[in-house]
Every structure is written in C-alpha cells, then in structure tokens.
Design a protein around this ligand. Sequence first.
Ligand SMILES: [Mn+2]
Length: 371
Amino acid sequence: MNNHTHAAGHSRPPLSTTTPSEIASRLLAAPTSDAPGPVVITTHAKPDGDAAGSSLALARALIHKGVPAEVWHVGPFQGWLKTIAGDTPTRRISQDTPAASLSSALPSDASNEPRAIVVTDTGSWVQLETLTPWLKPRTQRVMVIDHHLQGDADLSPRRLVETTAASATQVLAPVIDALLGLRADEALPEPIARMLYLGLATDTGWFKFSNTSAAAMRLAARMIDSGVDHAGLYQLIDQQDAAVRPRLLGRALSSLRYFDENTIAFMALTGGDLRELSAGQEDTGGFAEPAMSVMSVRVVAVFTDATRAGDAQPTTKVSLRSKPGTNAIDVAAVCASLGGGGHARAAGVKLKMEIPQAQEAVLQALRMKRG
Ligand SMILES: [Mn+2]
C-alpha cells in the first residue's frame, strides 16, 4: 500500500499455501451449479494504486479469457479511481454500510453466487471490515494474493503471499501470465499492463522507496514495453490533488515536532484542521515525505484524527515511515506492538485515543524498538 495506515492482524499463518498456476487453473475452471456467478475480486478499503491495480488487472485478465469477473471496491474512494476502473465491471460499496444492510447492497440471487473470490493487497480481516459478514461464510472459495507479512489464516485456505514483492501486482503478474499463457518476458495487453504498473509505481513511491528491487524494475520495464503511458499515469495519480491538499499539508507541517536529536518527527492533523479546511480523510495521506527529506530524521509518524460522527471513543490514525540503512527502525514491529501492522519501512495503526495520547504511545513504542 502507498498509504500504510491500516491495522493488520496479529496471526502469522504460513505465507504461501498455493502457486500462481493453481490459482490460474481454479479461476479458469468451469463453475459449479451452486456457485455459477462471476469471479469477485476485492481488496482493502480506501483502495490505493496497488489495491486498485491488482484487483482491476486480474478482472481484466479474466474477462480477456472469457471468464466473467467483477471488482468490488470499498470506500472512501480517491478521485482517480473511476478513471482507472474505466469500463471494467466495478461495484462501489460505502465503508459505512452496516452489516444488516450489506446484503441489499450486494447481488443476492443464487445465480450471482461467485464461483471464486480473490482478495488482493491484503490478507487481514480488519482491512476487509465492511465485507466481513459477506466473506465469512465463503472463505473456502477465497484466494489471497498479497505482499504483507500480517494476515489471518482463516480468511482463505489458499494464499499467494510474497513479502519481498514491492507490490501485490508483482505477486499477481505470474498469475496473469499463467491465465493468459504468456512467458515472463512477453508483452501483456496494455489495459492489464497499465494496472500492474500502477501498483508497482505507487507502492514504490514511483520507484524511489527501498522496496524498489531489480525484479520490480524489470516488471516495470516489461509493462512499458507493453505500451503503458507511465508519464500519463503519474499525472493522473500524483498530480490530481484537491486545492485543499497543500493547505492541509501546511497544517501538518506547522505541527511538526522532533524528538531524540531530531531522529523522530511527528506531524498531526486534528479534527479541527479537517473541519476548518472542509477536508476529509480522502484528502490526507502521503504527508510524511517532507519530514523524511530531513537528514537527521529516521522515522516519521503522521497522526490524523479519524473519529467518525457518533463514535463513542476518539480514533487516531497513525502512519509511520522509516528510512533504510544501519539500525533502521522496523515500523511494522512498532505498529504490531500497538495492534497494527504493515511493512518494515511503512506501517500503520489505528488507536482508540486522542492525538496527544497516541503520540505518547507511539513515542514509547519507538523508543522500545529502536536499536
Ligand atoms: Mn500493496
């Protein structure tokens, strides 16, 4: 994920329990009479580039093979998502849909019962909150394609998880090759390649984060050889901010505090900041970069008020980033100690407390974990 503010599960089941070719053959198999519907592909709420890219790429590859497929996205939705989805069948589900009314938001007749369900870019129930009541009775038909360390074993018996992959789309690429019968050096149809590139590019910060590997670069080169307009994608995804974004960044920067010889940087966006600027959660995220560019800084935490109207308790969303190198801080471990998760260099957690208390808790956890 680009925005790593998800909390992931604690259990660590064996990572991969299946192979790209097994997933492909299951997806190409004729449906059974009790589950004749399309393949449903879903991902974590608030889809980022990798979530959108992995889910849409797989749907396009299946449709290319004549297999009916649709993507289910759970909000909030970023502005570019509609453009990226194009005419690929996509169902948009509000993240606030209560469990009781979920079934009326979803196709319910038996002819629509999906033959298979694929979850991409997450393997954790907490990131699939809204869809959990629908997924729970169907886990035997779920397959997971992911690159996160955390995951829940009871989400699916079939998991394709590579934690060294830069993006879920990198894990997905061999599945698509198996579906389409392509070698790993052959061109892909451009609408599929564009989605694979999108996941790679956004999860590597446009090829500058430490997860940018030779394999990621090779896959990106193959996608560009397949005709992807990488400059157009950059403009669509990274230069589409609402006018309020720089103002919100100004608020975050003016809250900047350093700790421990300027090695730790904290920024905060309060509920007041969001209200005064008429900004929403969808306008936040990605604010760590300016503080990461400070030489002494090794870790940045951005705290955002995520309390929803009517919530009994305050919620603070914490997004952590750290720099690679000697004594690099494993922010996934820091977040895991607080109930969250993510990657070693980018992780997150949601804490049921006000921002000042959340900052105290994260500072303690950072001081405990650093070398
Ligand atoms: Mn990802």
